[in-house]
Every structure is written in C-alpha cells, then in structure tokens.
Design a protein around this ligand. Structure first.
Ligand code: PEP
Ligand code: MG
Length: 552
C-alpha cells in the first residue's frame, strides 16, 4: 500500500514538482537497469518492454498531465495515481489487443513511480548494490523471474511454502531460501549482518562472533565438499552395484541451462515453460517460443529435453493473462485446462516445440492430466499443430515422444488405462502430494500434513511405477522430493531409474547414490511400504541412511 494516501492536497506545489522530478529520474534509472538485466538474463526481446516503459516515462503529454495536477495543488502521488489511472482506463477500452495490453505497462510504471514517491524500496526489481539476503513478505514466481540473481545470496520470506514455485526457481538457481518466517520483515533492517542457513532453517540477525566463526568453518567445509562433488560431475550416476540412474535437471529460465550443465545434468526432465513467460509483457509469438526452446535444446548438446506445455494458474500467474478470481486456484482453472480452453495459444506452443525438436531430442509433456479425455484432446491439438506446420512448409520433428504428468490422484488411479496412450509418465510429486493429502503446497499452516513420506504417497508412487514398467513406458520423477536423500533412497528402491531435480542437487545425489546398492534401496522400499505411519517410515529411513553413510 502507499503511505501517503491521506495527503491528497499538497502544501506546496513547488515541492511536489521537485519530488516528481526526482522520482522520474530515479524511475528512469531503475527502468534502464531493468532493461539491461533482463536482456542479460533472459533475452533482448524480453527486455524490450522496459524500453517502452522508458518512452512512456519521457512522454510529454503523460508528464504534462501530471504536472497540471501539481499546479492545481494536488500531491505528486495523487497526480500520478490519477493520470496513470486515466491511461489504464483508456487503454483498457481499446479494441486493439496490443494497445489493450499497454494498460498493464501503465500499471507497472505507476507502481514503480508511486513506490519511489513513497520512498519505498523498489519491489518490481531488486537492484542491490552489493550482494545481500533478500527479506520480503512474500516472493512470487514473477518476482523471481526478474530479480538480480547474482546479487541475491539468499531469500527469507514471511509467507510461502518450500514447494512454492518461487522457491523452486530459487533452488534451481542455487539460491538458498527460507520461507514462512513470521515477523521477519519487521525484525530485519537493511545493512544489518545476517546469516542464512537454509539447510537447517535458521536465520541469524546480527549474529555473535561465535556464530559467525562457526559458519565460517561450515562454509569452508562446504567448499571442500563442493570440490569433492566436482569429481562426480563427469562420472555416470550409478548405485554401488552399478545400476544406472539418470539424473536430469528441472529448468525454467535460460540462466538455468548453465547451472544445469555445470552440475552434470543429463538433459532436462522438466522444462517449465511458463517461467520465462513471467518476466515478459505479453505472450511470445511462435518464433519467439521456438527460439527460446531451441536455445535450451542446443544448450544440452544431444541430451533429451522434456518440454512441458504451459502450467499457469495455481500460484503462477502471467502479468498479461490475468486469471479469474477463484476460491481454490489449485483446484481450479489451471495448467492444461487453461491450454485446452485457449486452443490457439496451446497449438502455437506445440508448434514451437515441434519446431525446436528439429535441433535435438525433445519430448513433450502435458501437465495436470486427470483422464483419457484430456489425453485425447491434447493429441488432437498436436495433430492440428503438425498439420498447420506441414501446410506452411515449416520444418518440424514428426515423432516427438508424448508424456503426461501424473500429479492428479485420478490419473494415478487409472494409470493402467492411461499408459497405453502415452510414451512416458512424469511423476509430479509436488502437486500429487498436495492433492493426495489435501495439503496446499504453499500453506505453512498445513506444512506438517504435506509429507512426501506419507504412506499414501509411497503406495501411489509404487503403483504408478509398476504400471509404467508393465507397459514398457518410461517413468521420470520430477518433483522436489527427489532432492532429499531419505526420499531418494526409497524412490530408487521402488524401481524408479530416472529423476529430474533442481540441478544444484545433482552432484550430491550422485555421490550419495554411489554409496548404496540397489539391493539396499529395494530393502528400504519393501520395509517402508508395509508401514502405516509417516513418522515410522521417516525414522526407519534415517536409520538406513546413517548406516549407508557410516559404511561409505
Ligand atoms: C510437480 O507438480 O511435481 C511438478 C514437477 O510440477 P510443478 O512443481 O511445476 O507444479
Ligand atoms: Mg505440478
């Protein structure tokens, strides 16, 4: 909210003119910075929107309108609010969809101007002068998409859950994140020393010398450990007894490609295509999408890349595609449901994927599938996409493996009916867990109900994996749960041989993998599958992992 809602009338017009000028200057610099960052991190195309913002910030008639209000004695904030409001309304009424979308730009600009007038820290993009820990009430995927990844050493928020999409993005960039820390924005003031230990969930403000020293030591150990892990990077991922496991990366932003290859990912098991769209001002066209996917495919030099179609809704909104207000967005109009209701957008995306598939091995993945009808519908759109590419004479790959996410309990239940229709399953445990256990992945209040080791979760994963094997179909687990050794041990024991995870977890997973045999994993799975209580399952696995580490 903006602090100066009451000072509609300004005491002194000259002072307001000065404030406005200073704010404009600051906002222009910010916008330039935004443009540069996004161009570096995402693409020139993505950055172009900030150039438009700059032009608006320098537009005579826009500025004159604001200044006229100031002359009448209106405060700078109110003048900005009014003029921006007038523009938003005018753009919103236009017939041309391009111009209509400019309303969103005005809103964005207005937000930045008002923030700067109120002396707030800019929350559109974090321009940190030096590396630091970001403390915020909440961080959304769109914030993650455009923040300064290099300078952000860590993230601490009051609201949010560890499986939220923003945290997933942070993880894949290797940025530690701690969420659900109530009161932290009140306590943490800038320029204070702080230590964030996301592994153990601790955030120290003004730590004592002893704590600082302790963490220095830990950091050194960590550095040595990373160095040790480096050796595993180019070794194949296999168990002690030589069972080959494939570890792929979950990626979203283009900047993830680098992180993934550095960590030795064997391709991509989950490319979340909605992430790069979040930092943009409107839907990329087919060519833009094709170029983007191509970049990812070529970035993995011959390793397969599984591209998932748009998965918006839930906690992922696009700035230019406002979702309807829903009481239960995660159980609402999200993901493939949105795509199937917007056939043109859907088909365009599939076309771009099929085009990118001429540059390397690509698989296509459909999210949030709950039944055969959606599989049929997706196949139909794929066929339409092929036909239109053929008609246009655009090169595309004829055979692209077709897979579905198993993340809705209904799909898991009828996995044997879905299997004949697909080439592979992707186990989306982030959602599967929340839907099976009726525990919102973003709600800290039900955090303790959201547990990957709940017996129901393990039973379902076991069944779906067996079904996939019986039908000779691929199965890859791409939920966050795989990055925890306890979970990983059981998952290997269930017979899952392909995983996709945030790439910083790949080296340590590989190292852990080489410490146990597939027989130990199978034993672990067999033993916990007959247990009915999460706590017992967990303590049993902790015991087994300890034994593994002792032997190693
Ligand atoms: C999942 O649901 O497990 C998954 C991998 O997809 P997302 O986290 O993007 O919903
Ligand atoms: Mg999901």
């Amino acid at each position: 909210g903006h602090a100066d809602i009451l000072d509609e009338e300004a005491a002194c017009p000259e002072e307001e003119h000065r404030r406005l000028d200073a704010t404009l200057e600051k906002t222009r610099i910010q916008t330039l910075f935004l443009e540069k960052r996004v161009a570096e991190r995402l693409s020139e195309d993505d950055a172009a929107i900030f150039h438009t913002h700059l032009m608006i910030l320098e537009d005579r008639s826009f500025l004159d309108k604001i200044r006229r209000y100031l002359d009448q004695g209106v405060s700078a904030s109110h003048a900005v609010k009014r003029v921006v409001g007038e523009y938003i309304e005018a753009f919103g009424r236009m017939d041309d969809p391009y111009l209509r979308e400019r309303a969103a730009d005005m809103e964005d600009i207005g937000r930045r101007l008002l923030g700067n007038l109120a002396g707030q820290e800019n929350h559109v993009l974090l321009q940190l002068k030096s590396p630091g820990i970001l403390v915020a009430r909440e961080i959304l995927p769109s914030d993650m998409a455009c923040l300064d990844h290099e300078q952000v050493r860590g993230i601490v928020t009051e609201v949010g859950e560890r499986n939220s999409h923003a945290v997933i993005m942070a993880k894949s960039l290797g940025i530690p994140a701690l969420v659900g820390v109530r009161g932290v924005t009140r306590l943490a003031v800038s320029d204070k020393n702080a230590i964030l230990d996301a592994n153990s969930g601790c955030f120290y403000l003004n730590p004592t010398v002893r704590i600082i020293e302790e963490y220095r030591r830990l950091e050194e150990d960590c550095g040595r450990e990373l160095h040790r892990l480096d050796e595993f990077r180019d070794l194949p991922a296999e168990t002690r007894d030589g069972v080959r496991i494939i570890l792929r990366a979950n990626v979203g932003l283009v900047s993830d490609i680098d992180v993934a290859t550095r960590n030795g990912a064997e391709g991509v098991g989950l490319y979340r295509t909605e992430f790069p769209y979040m930092a943009r001002s409107d839907f990329p066209d087919r060519e833009d999408q094709y170029q983007l996917y191509r970049k990812v495919v070529e970035g993995f030099a011959g390793h397969p890349v599984t591209i998932r179609t748009l998965d918006i809704g839930g906690d992922k909104a696009l700035p230019y595609f406002t979702p309807p207000k829903e009481d239960n967005p995660f159980m609402g109009w999200r993901s493939v449901r949105v795509s199937l209701d917007n056939r043109d957008i859907f088909r365009t995306q599939i076309e771009a994927i099929l085009m990118a598939a001429t540059h390397g091995p690509v698989k296509i993945l459909f999210p949030m599938i709950s039944g055969l009808e959606e599989i049929d519908a997706c196949k139909k759109v794929m066929e339409e996409a092929r036909q239109s590419l053929r008609r246009e004479g655009v090169p595309f790959a004829e055979t692209v493996p077709f897979g579905v996410m198993i993340e809705v309990p209904a799909a898991a239940r009828i996995a044997s009916m879905l299997a004949p229709e697909v080439d592979f399953f992707a186990l989306g445990t982030n959602d599967l867990i929340q839907y099976l256990l009726a525990a919102d992945r973003n709600n800290p209040l039900v955090n303790r109900y959201y547990d990957p080791l709940h017996p129901a979760v393990l039973q379902v994963l076991n069944e779906v994996t067996r079904v996939a094997k019986r039908f000779g179909k691929g199965v890859c687990l791409c939920g966050e749960m795989a990055s925890d050794p306890l979970n990983f041990l059981v998952l290997v024991g269930l017979g899952i041989r392909e995983f996709s995870m945030p790439s910083p977890f790949i080296p340590r997973t590989k190292a852990f993998l080489r410490d146990f045999s597939s027989l130990t994993a199978r034993k672990a799975a067999r033993e916990v599958l007959v247990m009915g209580e999460t706590a017992k399952i967990r303590s049993h696995l902790i015991k087994m992992v300890k034994e593994i580490e002792n032997i190693a």
